[in-house]
Design a protein around this ligand. Structure first.
Ligand code: TYM
Length: 320
């Protein structure tokens, strides 16, 4: 089984990225041949500064390796190192129905948020389909917001297979329901573009400050607190033991404890959860050559797979 996923280098990663995609993807490393990449072509749709993009690419590489990506098991690379992706994306674009792309929520959301529209932003799902199909992926671990894009990849694979014969495998999204949409500080989906994130590798005081700024209702210290849709409880569930989570839930229900206390406990739990990864990350920072060579070796292996598939496609469509 081949497992594939990507992450954009669009700034510091957050808990939504980690629990929604990275952790499930890392758990799948032992289930088959995994390919995980840094989606730097995709990031160009929103990043306009070369130095910032370069820095973000390095940060994501460090974050992913620190979080447990094992290059002995997993092919880890930069999307832009694989020339076949650009060409396959064009070939897929030639039969991608406009209506299909017009229905994509992610494009509509980004435009609604004021991002300038561009052909690249609009055809983002086609590039993503090229990523998925180029490596003959079976499973694509993603958060809920990317499900529709995996479905577009499937639709385009079907169209290509109908037009040219069996070329592509049909990929399946893999979405862990309990982490499909991690809430941010304000209760909406945690997202960089909503400005409601909690960073993965913040220093202690920045992390404390972000956790303390989680929005809560105006219940008094004495009164019982609602456990429904509580961002504090929801995040705590992912970083605390089941017993600690249960205890916090009961203390919510019994009253007599203020939100400030719960937030402090959540901060401690997040800090401790990521402590070993933070240590690994600082070791990696002192060994950037290792990070670079890991990405270079990953690109070599990914290129071999994508290039072979592209040759098959070129021949099927008449370019060979
Ligand atoms: P990106 O960089 O926006 O997000 C990376 C992954 O994190 C997940 N995620 C979340 N999951 C749960 N709750 C949240 N609040 C949350 N925020 C982010 C996303 O669902 C995603 O899985 N288009 C992709 C990158 C990409 C890709 C691909 C993915 C490019 N090509 C091919 C899979 C296969 C993206 O922008 O992800």
């Amino acid at each position: 089984m081949r497992i594939l996923s990507g992450i954009q280098p669009s700034g510091s990663l957050h808990l939504g990225n980690y629990f929604g995609m990275m952790r499930p993807a890392l758990q799948l490393q032992d289930q088959g041949e995994a390919l995980y990449f840094i989606a730097d072509y995709h990031a160009l749709t929103t990043t306009r500064h070369a130095d910032i993009l370069r820095k973000n690419i390095r940060e994501v590489a460090l974050d992913f390796l620190a979080a447990g990506l094992d290059p002995k098991k997993t092919i880890f690379f930069r999307q832009s190192e694989i020339p076949a992706i650009g060409e396959l994306s064009w070939i897929l674009a030639t039969l991608a129905p406009m209506g299909l792309l017009e229905r994509c929520h992610s494009y509509k959301d980004k435009i609604a948020k004021g991002l300038p529209s561009s052909l690249g932003l609009f055809s983002y799902p086609v590039l993503m389909a090229a990523d998925i199909l180029a490596y003959e992926s079976d499973l694509v671990p993603v958060g809920k917001d990317q499900k529709q894009h995996v479905e577009v990849a499937r639709d385009l694979a079907v169209k290509m297979n109908e037009a040219y014969g069996p070329l592509f495998k049909l990929p399946e999204p893999s979405i862990c329901e309990e982490v499909a949409s991690i809430p941010g500080l304000d209760g909406a989906k945690m997202s960089k573009s909503y400005g409601n994130t909690i960073g993965l590798f913040l220093d202690e005081s920045a992390l404390r400050q972000q956790v303390m700024s989680i929005k809560t209702d105006s219940s008094s210290l004495e009164s019982p607190k609602s456990t429904e849709n509580s961002v504090i409880l929801e995040l705590y569930a992912h970083v605390a033991s089941p017993a600690d989570y249960q205890t916090m839930k009961e203390r919510f229900q019994s009253g007599g404890v203020g939100y400030g206390t719960f937030k402090k406990e959540l901060f401690e739990a997040i800090w401790n959860y990521f402590l070993p990864m933070r240590e690994r990350r600082s070791q990696l920072l002192n060994n950037l050559d290792y990070v670079e060579s890991t990405l270079a070796q990953g690109a070599e292996r990914a290129n071999a797979i994508a290039h072979a598939l592209l040759e098959k496609v070129r021949s099927a469509v008449g370019l060979r």
